[in-house]
Write a protein that binds this ligand. Structure first.
Ligand code: HEM
Length: 462
């Protein structure tokens, strides 16, 4: 009892002025938070209940942290685009250890800007062109297997697809074979350690995650060494970063600003994998789920994709310019990311004292932006539960839609994610129909919201 009292009394005294409850000793409000998180409406009810009681800013103690939750367009503007150095990203301890100190997610200010510039270049629309054929062929090959299966677990299939895409983009990994298997198994272990309990003991998820990370880094080390010694060149992400930023001779006269050390290279390749894989997997899975539940939307989407086929008489497959001209598909993606809100809250740490909605936030506090409530605000999105892509017909007010975030930390993988989804959806809706096999609407209580039942469907050719 003494220990529990001590723990509770160690709650920041300054937080007293913030309305809200810190819940039970030790666990705080974690149980109600997790149970809301894995319900079909996600953290929405947890947030709504407290927002009604305390207002748009309230405190809680969840998942081992004293946290201030905030919502609304004003809060998102301040937290996401706030003055330089006001907030930093707030990873879980295990995530920090696994990703390494030079990860984009752990840098701030000018160092963050510089790293982003280097990383964003190969992820630009132009930089992505060279991966187009690989992604399209892989989507066709993946879908061709589906009708022969009694039950397709969409989540698993989407996960395999997106991992093969990123493995190829980053280091030209072949979609099949031993290397791919090793990459996949290491990545899965790393992924499940990302927000695990912080005990680095044999057998724990954290320990296994660090081991898998080291094995992934060995793979990268040997690929980097091969690239440096070999004459042949590859058309991948690793090559472009090595060529531009680390391969430039003895360093004399080099532009240090544009160089990455091997550690930075590896930490950030892993960062892209971690940040880009589960999110795109979830987005693809939710897209299929919402389309199956909304046949009119599916029909309209099919129209857009059939027109592409009709317009073309040469029988060629999908082209780059066609993917860049799919207005309705883009609205479907936006609406999916609004309804599913794959990353339900964006976590920050106050890097200095500041004021928000009349409350004093102190340096070091953990502040979370509740994005689910922003995406379900009936003032901006009338009948918010309804899946309706036409909401995006007209431009929305700034900071009311945050599917890929906003400000200096806005998702640098937006083009890649959209490209993968557009290509996959094109081949899917023009050739197949699918029927959901279970109606369980719950989600996995992981950081990225995924359907719990992996979304099993039955697939037929059209
Ligand atoms: C549909 C798929 C995706 C969604 C919904 C998504 C969403 C987001 C969001 C909301 C953020 C900002 C989070 C915050 O402000 O705290 C973010 C950041 C980030 N995303 Fe994505 N993302 C997706 C795909 C990708 C892909 C494919 C990649 C890379 C290959 C990627 C790499 C990153 C990175 C590195 C950051 C951190 C940026 C920084 O801190 O400067 N994401 N993403």
């Amino acid at each position: 009892v003494f220990f529990l009292r001590k723990l509770l009394s160690s709650s920041p005294k300054e937080m007293e002025a913030i309305p809200g409850s810190l819940g039970l000793p030790v666990v705080g409000e974690s149980f109600s938070f997790i149970s809301a998180f894995s319900s079909p409406s996600g953290i929405f009810n947890f947030m709504k209940e407290r927002q009604e009681r305390y207002g748009k800013v309230f405190k809680s103690y969840v998942l081992g942290r004293f946290t201030v939750f905030m919502t609304g367009r004003e809060a998102s503007k301040i937290l996401l685009t706030g003055k330089d150095g006001m907030v930093s990203l707030n990873l879980f301890y295990t995530g920090q250890q696994v990703l390494g100190p030079t990860s984009l997610l752990q840098t701030t200010g000018d160092a963050h800007k510089r790293l982003r510039r280097l990383i964003a270049e190969p992820l630009s629309v132009d930089g992505l062109k060279k991966y187009f054929n690989f992604i399209s062929t892989l989507a066709v090959d993946t879908l061709e297997q589906w009708p022969a299966k009694k039950k397709v677990l969409v989540l698993e299939e989407a996960s395999t697809f997106t991992l093969k895409v990123i493995g190829n983009m980053i280091m030209s990994l072949e979609p099949m074979g031993e290397e791919q298997e090793k990459f996949r198994s290491n990545f899965k272990t790393i992924s499940s350690s990302f927000a695990s309990l912080p005990f680095n003991l044999p057998g724990t998820a954290f320990y296994e995650g660090i081991k898998a990370r080291d094995s992934m880094y060995e793979m990268l080390d040997s690929t980097i060494a091969n690239r440096r010694s070999a004459e042949s060149s590859h058309q991948d992400f690793l090559e472009s970063l090595i060529m531009k930023h680390t391969k430039s001779g003895d360093g004399k006269g080099d532009d240090q600003e544009n160089k990455l050390t091997d550690q930075q290279l590896k930490d950030n390749i892993l960062t892209l994998l971690v940040a880009g894989h589960d999110t795109t997997t979830a987005a693809l899975t939710w897209t299929m789920k919402f389309l199956a539940e909304n046949p009119q939307v599916l029909e309209k989407l099919r129209e857009e994709h059939r027109l592409i086929l009709v317009k073309r008489s040469d029988g060629a497959t999908l082209s780059w310019s066609e993917v860049n001209n799919m207005p309705y598909t883009n609205k479907v993606i936006n609406e999916t990311l609004r309804r599913a809100t794959i990353l339900p809250w964006y976590s920050r740490k106050a890097a200095q004292d500041f004021e928000i909605d009349g409350y004093q936030i102190k340096k070091g506090w953990s502040v979370n932006l509740d994005v689910v409530s922003i995406h379900h605000d009936p003032q901006v999105f009338p009948d918010p539960e309804k899946f309706d892509p036409t909401r995006f017909d007209a431009p929305l007010r700034p900071y009311s839609y945050l599917g890929f975030g906003n400000g200096p930390r806005m998702c640098p993988g937006i083009n890649l994610a959209k490209l993968e989804i557009c290509i996959f959806i094109h081949h899917l809706v023009t050739k197949y129909k699918w029927t959901p096999l279970e109606k369980d609407g719950s989600v996995q209580p992981t950081l990225v919201r995924m359907p719990k039942n992996k979304y099993p469907v039955f697939v037929e050719s059209l």
